[in-house]
Every structure is written in structure tokens, then in C-alpha cells.
Design a binder for this molecule. Structure first.
Ligand code: NAP
Length: 312
């Protein structure tokens, strides 16, 4: 039996996924036809999506066994009331590697105060004494899932004092793990550098508001590589303007692309990166998609299923 897979993602992604998907499905021993074209929805077995609105009414896809997302974040899919089929989010080892690299780079930049030396057009010789070592620096990671755990391990390997925060208790070697909303203030209170790697849900939207930002140590640095709406933009700017917050490196925004007139662009305390922290890589992601289709056809449990009750 040949399964029909509709690649219901942006058309410009198809050219990079067509060959890797064909190869991965063949390697997984799955006979499949993958098409980026609109086909009779009632004939489709699996939908590959990228959170885009290529399909926004899932009701005609009566036969679909699973919706397989190319991105890790699934907030737009879980918010779609017509989508009742199982959803698998993307856990791509290459994306995890990329996020770890981004987080380590940003943490090291602020830990070492590199900006002060890089932005020195006046040529001033100003050595700094008493720089902290990583083992004297507290970093808190909000979210200890695929990405948060990898970042925690890498930062721990560099000797940073890592605190992690999640919904359910987690145990990571060498890190202080806190769980639940009641422990959030504690997790924030030591965060000289705060890394946000949470999914966007009703519980995490605006989680970092003025009151929570005020819990951070003075001149703390914040890195948001998760989703824009987790942060209150106005509260962030107010905290930077007041000198309470030292810097914010933001990869994600409420509106993307970030509008040209958004105050983040010009703010000296904000670094904007254009949602580049961790891209899904077609070569590795295609293998995850193919494995899930193989599992679906073999009646085995799918990988990385979204739990509807918690929305991630
Ligand atoms: P994940 O494996 O699902 O992990 C999510 C983590 O957040 C888990 O530790 C979870 O707690 C925790 N969490 C969720 N809701 C919480 C709450 N209300 N309170 C406390 N902790 C909570 O997700 P992931 O793969 O690490 O990805 C995280 C997010 O990164 C994605 O959802 C996506 O939005 C974003 N992302 C961004 C980029 C980029 O390029 N900027 C790339 C990829 C992903 P439990 O451990 O208790 O479940």
C-alpha cells in the first residue's frame, strides 16, 4: 500500500525537502507518494505542516492519521479548532545542536562582556579586572525540554551554575532544577543570565511581565529564543530604560518580521536576531517525519506527540 503524504507547508520549502523526504521514506521502508500539490483531502494519509496557513481547515482530511509539523513550536496548530488529528512536533537533532550553539554564543558574549570591547571605535584601552569565571556565573533556563536540556548540558560543561525551570520536576546532572509556577520567582532571582526556551501556551503567554522581570538580579541579561509573546515588550523596554535589566537578546517577536518602527530595533539595550536561532534541517528532519510515518503504518506509537491538554 502506498501512503499519500501532502506537504502542506510553504511552497518554497518543498525544494529543500523533496529529495531528503524521498530518501528518508525509502530508507524507512515506507512506500509513499509525497506531494506539495492540493489533492483530494479525503485521500491524504499524513499531512506535513509548517505552522503556515496552507491548510487551515483540517475537517476534510478525514483519513489523516497524523499531522507532522516541521517546526518545534505548535502553538498555531493546537489553537486550530478544526484540527483533531494527532499532532507530532519536530524534534530535530540538528535544530537542537543549532539552538545550543546560539544559546552558548549569547551567554558567552554577555558573560565575557564582549560588546564593551567590540564596540570600541574610540580605541580606548580599558582593561577590566575581576572578570567572573563561568563557575561564578548563574544562568537560569526557563524550559527544560529538548532544547533547554541540551543548553543546560552545554552550559554546565562550561562550568556555568545552571538553574532550570519546568512544569514537571526534572533532574539534570549538575543543575538545580525547579518546577512549577510557585518556584518561578526563585528561578528568576539568581538569573544573572536568563534563557527562555519555553513553548508558547496560555500559561506562558506574557509570563515575563513587569513583576517577573523585577525579580531578576539588577543588570541581568535576558535571551529569548522561544516565542515573542512570552515576554511583555513594553515591560521589557521599561526595565531596560530604568537600568534594571542589562540587555536583551531577542530572536523571536510578537510580530515577525519585526516591524521597522518597533522600538526594539533602535534600543541600545536590545539585540535583534531575525528568528535564526535554530532552523529545522531538512536532512535530519526528513528522517523524523519518515520514522513517524513508518510508526503510524506499523501501528506503533508516534514520536513527539503533542499533548492537547498542555498544548505543547
Ligand atoms: P519541549 O521539549 O516541549 O520543552 C518545553 C519545556 O518547557 C519543558 O521543559 C516544559 O516543562 C516547559 N514548560 C512548558 N510549559 C511550562 C509552564 N507553563 N511552566 C513551566 N515550564 C513549562 O520544547 P523544545 O523542543 O525544547 O522547544 C521549546 C520552544 O522553543 C518551542 O516550543 C519553540 O517555540 C521554540 N523554538 C524556537 C526556535 C528558534 O529558532 N528561535 C527553534 C526551535 C524552537 P516539562 O518538562 O514539565 O514538560
Amino acid at each position: 500500500m502506498t501512503v499519500l503524504v501532502q506537504f502542506a507547508a510553504d511552497r518554497d520549502l518543498w525544494s529543500s525537502y523533496e529529495a531528503p523526504l524521498a530518501q528518508a521514506l525509502a530508507d524507512a521502508g515506507v512506500a509513499a507518494r509525497v506531494t506539495p500539490d492540493a489533492v483530494d483531502p479525503a485521500t491524504v494519509d499524513y499531512l506535513v505542516t509548517a505552522n503556515a496557513a496552507v491548510v487551515d481547515d483540517f475537517r476534510p482530511y478525514t483519513k489523516v492519521k497524523a499531522v507532522l509539523n516541521l517546526w518545534a513550536g505548535v502553538e498555531k496548530l493546537v489553537g486550530n479548532p478544526t484540527l483533531t488529528q494527532p499532532i507530532a512536533r519536530m524534534v530535530d537533532p540538528a535544530m537542537t545542536e543549532a539552538m545550543t550553539e546560539y544559546v552558548v554564543a549569547q551567554v558567552m558574549r554577555h558573560h565575557l562582556g564582549l560588546d564593551r570591547h567590540i564596540q570600541n571605535a574610540a580605541g580606548a584601552w580599558r582593561p577590566e579586572r575581576g572578570q567572573k569565571l563561568a563557575r561564578e556565573r548563574d544562568v537560569t533556563i526557563l524550559g527544560l525540554g529538548e532544547l533547554g536540556q541540551a543548553a543546560a548540558a552545554a552550559l554546565g560543561a562550561l562550568n556555568f551554575r545552571v538553574t532550570g525551570w519546568s512544569r514537571q520536576p526534572r533532574f539534570l546532572p549538575g543543575a538545580l532544577c525547579l518546577a512549577g509556577i510557585d518556584r518561578l520567582d526563585e528561578a528568576l532571582s539568581t538569573a544573572e543570565i536568563l534563557v527562555i526556551l519555553l513553548p508558547l501556551t496560555a500559561q506562558t503567554e506574557n509570563l515575563l511581565d513587569a513583576a517577573r522581570l523585577a525579580r531578576l538580579p539588577r543588570r541581568a541579561v535576558l535571551i529569548n529564543a522561544a516565542r515573542g509573546p512570552i515576554l511583555d515588550d513594553a515591560a521589557l523596554i521599561a526595565a531596560l530604560d530604568a537600568g534594571d535589566l542589562g540587555h536583551a537578546t531577542l530572536d523571536v517577536f510578537r510580530q515577525e518580521p519585526l516591524p521597522a518602527d518597533h522600538p526594539f530595533w533602535a534600543h541600545p539595550g536590545v539585540t535583534v536576531t531575525p528568528h535564526i536561532a535554530a532552523e529545522t534541517r531538512p536532512g535530519t528532519a526528513a528522517r523524523v517525519i519518515a520514522e513517524n510515518i513508518r510508526r503510524g503504518e506499523a501501528g506503533e506509537p508516534l514520536l513527539h506527540l503533542v499533548e492537547r491538554g498542555r498544548a505543547y
